[in-house]
Design a protein around this ligand. Sequence first.
Ligand code: AMP
Ligand code: FE
Ligand code: FE
Ligand code: ZN
Length: 287
Amino acid sequence: MKVRTESSNFSENKTEKKADLHTHTTYSDGSLAPSELIKKARASGVDILGITDHDSVNAIEESIEIGKEFGVEIVPGVELSSAIDDREIHVIGYFVDRKNKDLLEHLTFSRGERLKRAERIVEKLNSINIPLKLDAVLEKAGPGAVGRPHIANALLDEGLTASYVEAFSKYIGYGGPAYEKKHSLSPEDTIALIASSGGLSFLAHPGKYTTDMVLHRLMKSGLDGIEVVHPSHTPEKVQHYHNIVSQYFLLESGGSDFHGGKRNDDGALGSYNVPTAWIQEMKERLF
Ligand code: AMP
Ligand code: FE
Ligand code: FE
Ligand code: ZN
């Protein structure tokens, strides 16, 4: 058994590299392009940066190249949406083979489903006299996998909602009049897809909305690790998930879930770091 060396409260060791393993770019719903994100990471003191776009690995290759220029090591990742009934369960795959045929097919399919869903949401909005145009949403999405954050921002830009958060609470959030479910695999199939493409699967931000019962179900299905550090986790939750990881010999990860700074998350990058030993343990599990 491996002896853990980091302290359980993950207190920052000044000589250690800063590692943030959860961020988004314009290839999903982040507002910074890979180069901008990497520059901001560098400026925030981040040495190791995980890029985990929703349903896309398209940022990774260019990020690795740009990272070399700026002295930022890129940990490749992808955040997949799965669900049990209506409950969303996000699973991050680290170090997947970005050329794996099944994975790429799934990502392309999921992005197509996201587009169809955005069309349905716009239709629902129009039917309740909110005159949002699909083009305004697509403009927000740019090259990215289109999601509700783009719709919320388009509503805000067009003056059709008072705030980003109101767009969710009034219209497109769960149970709202323009809510539409996203196409999702089961978490078991998601974990299997990540494994078959050579990656490691991590349950993302479990403290947000995943019960420990579901967590145990996923552990039985081959989940490799848990995202322990996340802005939505209280120190008690961080400790709780760290204890589960230790008890069941899982891996652990974490990061800021930084989306570019437009969601009151401007200070997040560089503020949610994990010990570099966690990344080393991931690499050891892979090879
Ligand atoms: P999607 O993947 O298209 O369903 O969009 C999900 C994203 O929308 C989440 O990752 C959040 O960033 C955001 N989101 C979901 N619900 C809310 C909410 N009630 N308030 C603000 N943002 C939300
Ligand atoms: Fe997101
Ligand atoms: Fe997520
Ligand atoms: Zn995320």
